[in-house]
Design a protein. Structure first.
Length: 299
C-alpha cells in the first residue's frame, strides 16, 4: 500500500532536514516543541489533571472520572525528546476518549541521562502508582502500560525487569532491538535511519545495548510477560522489529494482538488532529484494554 494521503501531506509539510542529529539539534528541538506545546490552547478538558511526585519522578495524572482504571503512560521521542508538556494535549485526548486515567512519566532523557536512568524512572513510577492508587482516586487493581516508540521500549523493558509489575502492555511502533537492521526503503522524514541510530547510541552504548531490558527482543524468557497489543506502521523503519517482537511473544505463549496501521508513518498515534488512524487506534486501544481488564476479572 502507498502512503495514506494524510501521511503524504504530513511528510510534505515536514520537508527535508539535512541538519545532523546531534546534541545541539536535540536541545533545539526540545525547546521548540515545548514552547509550541505550551502555546497551544487546551483541546480536551479532563475532570482532573495534576502534577504528582512519584517517589522522586515527576509525573502527571489525567483522571477522566473518580475511580477510573489507570494506565502508566510512557511517551516516545527516541529517549532524547519530549516531556509532559509536549504530550499533554494527546494524554488529555487519550484519557477522555478511552475513559482510562493515565499516569504520564517525565523520565530523565539521554544523552544527559542514558540507560539505565530512563528505565529506572519508569520502574519507580510504576511501583509508586501501584502503591498509591487510593490516594489518587483511581483503580490500580489492574494496571497496563502504554508506550509509543522509545516509550514502548521502556514499557517492554520494564516487563523484562519485572513481568508481574504490569498486567498488560500496549506498544505503539516499539523499538525492540539495537542490532536489528533498519530497511532504508521504509525511512522518511518522520523517522530516518541516521536519527534512529544516533538516538540508540545516545541511550545505550555498545556495552549495554544487548541487555534484555534494552534490546527487549533479546530477552530469553518471554513466557511470563503480560499480554500485549503491538501496533506498527506500514511506512516505518521500526515496523519489522516491532512485528518480530509480537511474533516472539506469541511464540512464547503470550496473548498478543498485533496490528499494522496501513499507510501510516512513525508518530501518527499521538496526532489525532492530523490522522484519522490515530483517532481510530486510540478508540481501539480503549476497547482492547476494557476487554482485557474485564476478562481478567472473569472467574
Amino acid at each position: 500500500m502507498t502512503l495514506h494521503p494524510q501521511a503524504r501531506a504530513y511528510l510534505d509539510a515536514l520537508g527535508a532536514d539535512d541538519t545532523p542529529f546531534d546534541v545541539e539539534r536535540v536541545r533545539t528541538m526540545r525547546s521548540v516543541s515545548r514552547e509550541a506545546a505550551l502555546a497551544e490552547p487546551v483541546r480536551t478538558e479532563v475532570d482532573h489533571v495534576a502534577d504528582v511526585d512519584a517517589d522522586g519522578v515527576p509525573c502527571r495524572l489525567y483522571r477522566p472520572a473518580a475511580g477510573a482504571p489507570v494506565a502508566l503512560y510512557v511517551h516516545g521521542g527516541g529517549w532524547v525528546l519530549h516531556d509532559l508538556e509536549t504530550h499533554d494535549s494527546f494524554c488529555r485526548f487519550l484519557a477522555d476518549a478511552t475513559g482510562w486515567a493515565l499516569l504520564a512519566v517525565d523520565y530523565r532523557r539521554a544523552p544527559e541521562d542514558p540507560y539505565p536512568a530512563p528505565l529506572d524512572d519508569v520502574e519507580r513510577a510504576a511501583r509508586w502508582l501501584r502503591a498509591h492508587g487510593d490516594s489518587l482516586d483511581v483503580d490500580t487493581t489492574w494496571v497496563p502500560g502504554i508506550g509509543d516508540s522509545a516509550g514502548a521500549n521502556l514499557v517492554a523493558g520494564l516487563c523484562v525487569r519485572d513481568p508481574r509489575l504490569l498486567d498488560h502492555q500496549v506498544l505503539l511502533y516499539p523499538v525492540t532491538d539495537r542490532r536489528a537492521p533498519l530497511d532504508p526503503a521504509l525511512e522518511n522524514a518522520a523517522l530516518d535511519l541516521a536519527s534512529m541510530t544516533w538516538m540508540w547510541d545516545a541511550y545505550a552504548t555498545d556495552d549495554v545495548a544487548d541487555r534484555p531490558d534494552v534490546s527487549v527482543a533479546r530477552a530469553t524468557n518471554l513466557a511470563d510477560h503480560p499480554p500485549a497489543v503491538v501496533v506498527t506502521c506500514e511506512h516505518d523503519v521500526l515496523r519489522d522489529q516491532g512485528e518480530a517482537y509480537a511474533a516472539a511473544l506469541a511464540d512464547a505463549g503470550v496473548p498478543v494482538v498485533a496490528h499494522r496501521a496501513l499507510g501510516m508513518i512513525h508518530s501518527f498515534w499521538r496526532q489525532p488532529e492530523v490522522f484519522d488512524a490515530a483517532r481510530s487506534t486510540v478508540a481501539a486501544v480503549g476497547v482492547w484494554l476494557d476487554a482485557a481488564r474485564a476478562s481478567s476479572r472473569t472467574p
